[in-house]
Ligand binder design. Structure first.
Ligand SMILES: *Cc1c(COP(=O)(O)O)cnc(C)c1O
Length: 340
């Protein structure tokens, strides 16, 4: 019996032996007291990588995003984001619940926004209108099939936000995938964003954790908000050590995941039960099945053959490559796709 190949998400990765070893040997302390050396090291390491002033280690990317939105808005404000956005679709209505803000949804190409899309949606001062205060970008765009922004695309958006007095937050759950795909430097990101949220538990392979990056004053406020949200952890250095190990060992290899995704896409686009495949830029492949096939049924058939994936709509299926998918497993999946 062959091993199952799990393409459901890049969150399913398990810590490697090297990562577990790093975790076991972490120097720890009480992080709510600010005394966990390893957490402090992770926060300053990531802040330095992105040239931001400071970082805050949180249990999830939802928490880093929600804290960011709370830091960058006041009640009754409005947040601009794409309709595919994780902050809008997959964080349980948190923008409304946590920040008492409304949302203006834009329709970018595969979730990618432009200054031309954003500018007309910024409210002018008027007693009737909510105050637009924040733009959120996602890089890569999960629901856009892993589409990336380049810094050349981000630059004019940042300029617009600065001119209009808006904050700009990056949901960088898969920012390292974007950096590998575009060749942009992480160190150039800090100047464009007021906040960046980075996930360690996606393609980087850590079991838990995300980091919110911003300036000192915002991180001070974010630290208080994390406590209020119930995210103040104690000997979190065991988890932070996994994050540091991931940053040191699992960034460059994301290129392999991207090659794997392209190989899957090439095969799938030649299968008669697939109508189309979204362009693959990173580690996500989204396919549309032909009208005669049912996506849910196809997912079930694939599962019976040891290939795990999820639907993302009535006729779409998503495959995500990651650290725990080997080249052999890609070959195994390709063989299954061809014989279906
Ligand atoms: C996974 C993800 C997050 C954070 O999710 P958590 O499960 O809360 O860590 C945020 N944004 C995007 C785009 C994601 O894919």
């Amino acid at each position: 019996m062959q091993e199952k190949v799990d393409f459901r998400s890049d969150t399913v990765t398990r810590p490697t032996a090297g990562m577990l070893d790093a975790m076991m040997h972490a120097k720890i302390g009480d992080d709510v007291f600010g005394e966990d050396e390893t957490v402090n090291e992770l926060e300053s390491k990531l802040a330095a990588i992105f040239q931001m002033e400071a970082g805050l280690f949180c249990p999830s990317g939802t928490m880093t995003n929600q804290i960011a939105i709370k830091c960058f808005t006041q009640p009754m404000d409005e947040v601009i984001c794409d309709q595919t956005s994780h902050v809008y679709r997959y964080e349980g209505g948190g923008i409304a619940y946590n920040s008492l803000a409304s949302v203006r949804l834009l329709y970018g190409e595969r979730g990618i926004l432009t200054p031309q899309l954003i500018a007309p949606e910024i409210n002018e001062e008027n007693i009737h209108y909510p105050n637009t205060s924040l733009v959120v970008l996602e890089n890569t765009v999960n629901k856009g099939g892993g589409a990336c922004y380049t810094l050349d695309q981000i630059n004019p958006i940042a300029e617009l936000c600065s001119t209009e007095g808006l904050k700009l937050h990056l949901d960088g759950a898969r920012i390292f995938n974007a950096l590998i795909a575009t060749g942009d430097a992480a160190s150039d990101y800090g100047q464009y964003f007021d906040g960046i949220s980075v996930c360690l538990s996606k393609g980087l392979g850590a079991p838990v954790g995300s980091v919110f990056l911003s300036d000192q004053a915002t991180i001070k406020r974010a630290r208080k908000l994390r406590k209020v949200f119930g995210g103040g952890m104690r000997q979190a250095g065991f988890l932070a050590a996994a994050g540091i190990y991931a940053l040191d060992n699992h960034v460059d290899r994301l290129a392999i995941d991207h090659q794997h995704a392209k190989a899957l896409a090439d095969t799938l686009s030649a299968c008669n039960y697939i109508e189309s495949v979204m362009p693959v830029e990173t580690n996500i492949v989204i396919v549309k099945v032909t009208a005669s096939r049912n996506a849910t049924e196809l997912v079930r058939t694939l599962a019976d053959k040891g290939i795990l994936c999820n639907t993302t709509g009535p006729d779409t299926i998503r495959f995500v490559t990651h650290l725990d998918v080997s080249s052999t497993m890609i070959d195994q999946a390709i063989a299954v796709f061809r014989e279906l």
